[in-house]
Ligand binder design. Structure first.
Ligand code: PLP
Ligand code: TYF
Length: 394
């Protein structure tokens, strides 16, 4: 019977947007969910995407099913964008998935089906959906230390100690390729070398979540950590997403990429990944993948895309600076300059759950309970009022 089914708790991040929409405060601000907004507060459709869509409308000849692993042109572009020529294409299986979330779920199902009794080690903290996805797939998860006790720096020593002392060979380890969600705290290139060495020595399988390529230091630069890992190991899984860097949030486009030691192993693993997709959503949606492929196959549109990603990243950096500077003028006496070192959309502000609650209830400012602020949701025009509100709860 349906009667008696208990109500599930709302998503800790998306649930806040529901509350935000219902809030009648005229000066409300949503700095919770990780969505980019421009100066007018809109989440724009990129110009390169609009142009690709215009071309697709003219040329698209069918809405027939895609194959289980998606559009071949899309997969080839993902390979080139994420891996370049550093790895033999015959070792990489790529499947187009419904967003990065779809990729993570396929990866988790694959680990459970083929690598049991593996566990996955996640950074503490991590995106709240990570443990939820792994639990839904039946994949046991554990955490390793990531954020330092000062809440603003990376605890490399803690991470390595946990991986060295607690993991078993064959366990998976979740790594954020760049723009760590929720902290914005990323390893340095030197840190990545030490992480790669430990991952290889402990015979761990890296599951690299690459949802923010281009939002850290740049499209090419943001691959550095992933490349260091792939130089050290011969097996890995990479989950990428085009939600943020193409602004294709609702089109649901990403991919799960499996790197194997040789092409025979890759083909066997690929067949298993396809089985998982077949029994889940059958095959991916076409439109988002077709847009990404159209842009990345065209030199002019690719140039435009890179400019648009650079613009988004530079705007976020500018907002970070403006926030730090404006906070200084409030007289709150709290230095936020650690935000300037953080990468991507998010920053861990250090605000406590009580301060977060007060911001919401008194000022209509919504940030995630952990104190995570979506910097990409701030605006130049509302910066003063945001900083006054933050100062008043400090
Ligand atoms: N991984 C991380 C770390 C994320 O923050 C997100 C955010 O949305 C995703 C994966 C999934 O992205 P998508 O919206 O493409 O499913
Ligand atoms: O962390 C974020 O805000 C983004 C968006 O269940 C998101 O990754 C948040 C929650 C969720 C799905 C996407």
């Amino acid at each position: 019977r349906f009667i008696g089914i208990p109500t599930a708790p709302p998503d800790s991040i998306l649930g806040l947007t529901e509350a935000f929409l219902a809030d009648k405060n005229p000066s409300k601000m949503n700095l919770s969910v990780g969505v980019y907004k421009d100066a007018s507060g809109q989440t724009p459709i990129l110009k390169c995407v609009k142009e690709a869509e215009r071309r697709l409308i003219e040329t698209e000849a069918t809405k027939g099913y895609l194959s289980i692993d998606g559009l071949p042109d899309y997969r080839e572009q993902v390979r080139s964008l994420v891996f370049g020529d550093s790895i033999d294409a015959g070792r990489i299986a790529i499947l187009q998935t419904p967003g990065g979330t779809g990729a993570l779920r396929v990866a988790a199902d694959f680990i459970v089906a083929q690598l049991s009794p593996a566990r996955i080690w996640m950074p503490s903290p991590t995106w709240a959906n990570h443990p939820a996805i792994f639990a839904a797939a039946g994949l046991a998860s554990e955490t390793y230390r990531y954020l330092g006790s000062d809440r603003t720096s990376f605890d490399l020593a803690g991470m390595l100690e946990d991986l060295n002392q607690k993991t078993k060979p064959g366990d998976a380890v979740l790594l954020h390729a760049c723009c760590h969600n929720p902290t914005g705290v990323d390893p340095t290139p030197e840190d990545w070398k030490a992480i790669a060495k430990t991952v290889a020595e402990r015979q761990l399988i890296p599951l690299i979540d690459f949802a923010y390529q281009g939002f850290g230091d740049g499209i090419e630069q943001d691959k550095a950590g992933l490349q260091t890992i792939l130089e050290a190991v011969d097996e890995a899984i990479v989950c990428n997403s085009f939600s943020k860097n193409f602004g294709l949030y609702s089109e649901r486009v990403g991919s799960v990429c499996l790197v194997a030691a040789d092409s025979e192993t890759m083909k066997a693993a690929q067949s298993q990944l396809k089985t998982i997709v077949r029994t889940n959503y059958s095959n991916p949606p076409r439109h988002g993948g077709a847009i990404v492929a159209t842009v990345l196959q065209d030199a002019e549109l690719t140039t435009l895309w890179k400019q648009e990603v650079d613009e988004m990243r530079q705007r976020i950096d500018a907002l970070r600076q403006q926030f730090v500077e404006t906070m200084k003028t409030t007289g709150a006496g709290h230095d936020f300059s650690f935000l300037l070192k953080q990468k991507g959309m998010f920053s861990f502000s250090g605000l406590t759950p009580m301060q977060v609650d007060e911001l919401k209830n008194k000022h209509g400012i919504y940030i995630v309970g952990s104190g995570r602020i979506n910097v990409a949701g701030m605006s130049e025009a509302k910066m003063d009022s945001l900083c006054q509100s933050v100062a008043s709860v400090l």
